[in-house]
Design a protein around this ligand. Sequence first.
Ligand SMILES: [Zn+2]
Length: 204
Amino acid sequence: MLAALPCRVMQALAAATLALALLPPAPALPEQPSRAIGKPYDGRLVGGVPFPGEGEAFFTWDWALKTSPNREWRRYATSKTVATTLTIIAEYRAAHPEAPRVGVADLSRPQGGDFGRRYGGDGHASHQNGLDVDITYPRTDKAERPPIRPTQVDRRLAQDLVDRFVRAGAQYVFVGTRVRLGGPRRVVSAIGNHNDHLHVRLRP
Ligand SMILES: [Zn+2]
């Protein structure tokens, strides 16, 4: 097949091959790209990165120990999940400089997989492949801990957080049945056990 090509094409091919051989090797990527494997409720995480323990605009919350910061092994996710969440928090903070810091609770374990009750607290059925993030609702008293009662939830700020995750393309946002938060039906659902935090599922 090649022999049938005109001579000029052959010369060009040879020159291109030589040029490729002379190129320096491509630089190694700074880190292994993260991959969400399987399903959020039956999956694992490859190349995950930890969400930072604390920042100017957020604190992290350990459901099991009821303390801040959350232990590092409870806050792994894909690099995209971490970056998207940090961007949303930064933009939220810029829009509401008076707001309390955002509470980020559990993400996934370092290699993902089971995050059930054996890991403390109520555990999670999902949170297995680095795409799920729990965010505690902002409180009207600005305390940096999850609200105990729905009346402690700053609904204006909480709804703004929901809206920002929806606009960022979240697949699902689960909110509590008693906190009166809403959004597009295909994305935002009110379900049990979410009156102190919203659960976001981001796309891979
Ligand atoms: Zn969750």
